[in-house]
Design a protein. Structure first.
Length: 379
């Protein structure tokens, strides 16, 4: 049967109109809401990976091309593109693109970049690129951090501008700000402050290193720690005695300005105080070829490990020194001290007293002192 030409034209036009309408429907990639149980059991069905939503709610897991508002997943959610707004997942949230807003997961967050977002996870946050804020119970990873990272155990990044705080360790190439770890910080370059419970390690520090035990660096002018191993700094081993004939062996190690002090010794005059330990920090005020001037703040503690045999003294020392060679110097200088002791003859330990008080068998005093000795430079 031959179809008249005018009918053929009408049918063709109707088919083209239908196809055009269908294309528009299929091309509509943004929808106001996406409700589901687990992919593909949802209002977007098998088309979910190609659709961006303004609101998503899924009992278990959801999948989408993007999110532009609020997305809530009982267990896990995956976004193939970008996510803006708030994402909350009971266990795992993953965005293959960029996150803007807030990403929260009970266990883990993943994204390509979150440079305008905050990531909060019970265990781990993983970013391929940048983040301003990452908070995780165990581990954070990002390329660049422009705000702060805080983790219960471990932070990892190429650079951090702001603050890094970890219960155990921070590993970073460059830090511009503050880095705090319960055990260890390791970084190539620091501009700011590095604080660790045990060890700080860096190549170049333009700022301050503070460690409970040891600072290690190629260059660090202001390390504060018991031991400071600074390549362009110095280590000195010294012997000295004070006005009470307390004799000490002292290790002084640090950078071009600050150095740490730790020592062991005994008292030759008062045998009831046979064991002594000293720790503190020193500042090089003058460092010439023939003359040197140091100022030191130290705390000395002596004991016989019995109830009434304890003595502590905190003091400030001014120590001018004559440099005999690049390895040897002799020094002597005054100090002002605050002492506290349960020792029965405490007044004898504060001979040049400016103020004193004895109450309930505890003797306290502010007094002048004197220290003299010799230092040997190891390097």
């Amino acid at each position: 049967m031959k179809i008249p030409y005018h009918r053929f034209k009408i049918c063709t036009a109707l088919v083209m109109l239908f196809c055009s309408s269908l294309t528009v429907v299929l091309a509509q990639t943004t929808r106001p809401a996406h409700i589901g149980f687990i992919y593909p059991i949802s209002t977007n069905g098998l088309s979910a990976p190609n659709i961006t939503n303004n609101f998503s709610l899924h009992a278990l897991g959801g999948l989408s091309a993007g999110e532009k508002g609020l997305a809530i997943y009982g267990l896990a959610g995956m976004v193939q593109g970008d996510a803006n707004g708030l994402q909350v997942a009971g266990l795992w949230s993953k965005v293959r693109g960029d996150v803007e807003g807030l990403q929260v997961a009970g266990l883990m967050n993943e994204a390509r970049s979150a440079n305008q977002a905050v990531q909060i996870a019970g265990i781990v946050n993983l970013l391929e690129m940048d983040a301003p804020v990452q908070v995780a119970g165990i581990f954070n990873k990002a390329r660049h951090v422009q705000g702060f990272q805080t983790a219960g155990i471990f932070n990892l990044s190429q650079s951090a501008k702001g603050a890094q705080v970890a219960g155990i360790a921070n590993l970073t190439n460059t830090v511009d700000g503050i880095q705090i770890a319960g055990i260890v910080n390791e970084v190539d370059s620091v501009k700011g402050v590095q604080i660790a419970g045990i060890v700080n390690r860096a190549k170049k520090v333009n700022g301050v290193q503070i460690a409970g035990v040891v600072n290690i660096a190629e260059s660090s002018d202001y390390p504060i720690g018991i031991i400071n191993l600074i390549q362009d700094g110095e280590i000195r081993l010294g012997l000295y005695a004070d006005e009470n004939l307390t004799s000490m062996i002292i290790l002084k190690s640090g950078g071009k300005k600050l150095y740490g002090i730790v020592g062991l010794g005994s008292n030759l005059q008062y045998h009831e105080l046979p064991y002594a330990v000293e720790a503190g920090i020193g500042l090089k005020v003058v460092d010439g070829s023939h003359f040197r001037l140091d100022v030191e703040g130290t705390n000395l503690f002596m004991t016989n490990f019995k109830r009434r045999g304890e003595y502590s003294r905190s003091g400030l020392k001014v120590l001018p020194a004559i440099v005999l060679s690049n390895k040897v110097e002799v020094f002597a200088g005054p100090s002002i001290n605050y002492m506290h002791t349960k020792y029965a003859i405490g007044d004898e330990l504060a001979g040049m007293s400016l103020w004193n008080r004895e109450r309930r068998n505890v003797y306290k005093a502010i007094h002048l002192g004197l220290s003299a000795g010799i230092n040997f430079r190891i390097y």
